[in-house]
Design a protein around this ligand. Structure first.
Ligand code: MG
Length: 203
């Protein structure tokens, strides 16, 4: 099982980070150890002084494949959730400046929070999926899947040109604007529409 993440998939987030709008999906990965689900506590990593939340829609892959076309892509995922792509922003900025890889900033243990998965059944409306993140009871991020630069199907097709997709893989589809810092004691809650799919306290 692997975790594939898309960067800069919302124009307003690319802008807030001072990044260009990409002309193809930006891909990075997290290892299996990055996944944190359920009620496992999340501890603030000791190597960063600037931990950022990035709330994202997450897809679960349900079929093995490579060279998947956009038309075939809907057959390759069958569940959706919201999650957090935790980012050590200070380390990421430093590594970006030096042209170094991002893993220390993005792929550390428990950096991929995953909420409860919701089955995508026939008739599930994939247009205009709303999601949001609350911190300490206040909404800090709001997203709409229609604002993605690259759709679910185009992401899946693109990824599969480079990496085979396997059953159980997770795809973090990018964060909208509003990313920000969290500190020990903050409570984060992720919503798909009005349904709360995860809640965690930074310890
Ligand atoms: Mg992200």
């Amino acid at each position: 099982m692997k975790i594939i993440c898309i960067g800069r998939n919302y124009a307003d987030h690319a802008k807030e980070m001072g990044n260009e709008i990409p002309d193809e999906p930006v891909i990075f990965m997290k290892p299996k150890n990055a996944l944190l689900q359920g009620h496992t506590p999340f501890y603030y990593p000791e190597f960063t002084n600037e931990l950022h939340y990035e709330c994202e829609l997450v897809l679960r892959v349900c079929k093995n494949g490579k060279y998947i076309t956009e038309k075939q892509a809907p057959d390759y995922y069958n569940a959706i959730s919201v999650g957090i792509d935790f980012t050590a922003r200070d380390i990421q900025e430093e590594h970006k400046k030096k042209g170094l890889p991002w893993e220390k900033a993005k792929a550390f243990d428990n950096s991929a929070i995953l909420g409860k998965l919701i089955d995508i059944k026939p008739g599930f409306n994939k247009k205009g999926i709303l999601f949001s993140l609350k911190m300490n009871g206040e909404t800090v991020q709001k997203g709409n899947s229609d604002d993605m630069l690259f759709s679910f199907d185009s992401i899946i097709s693109h990824i599969s040109n480079y990496f085979s997709l396997n059953i159980g893989d997770l795809i973090y589809t990018g964060t909208p604007a509003g990313v920000g810092e969290c500190v020990v004691g903050d409570e984060l809650e992720g919503f798909l529409g009005n349904e709360k799919l995860f809640s965690l306290t930074v310890k």
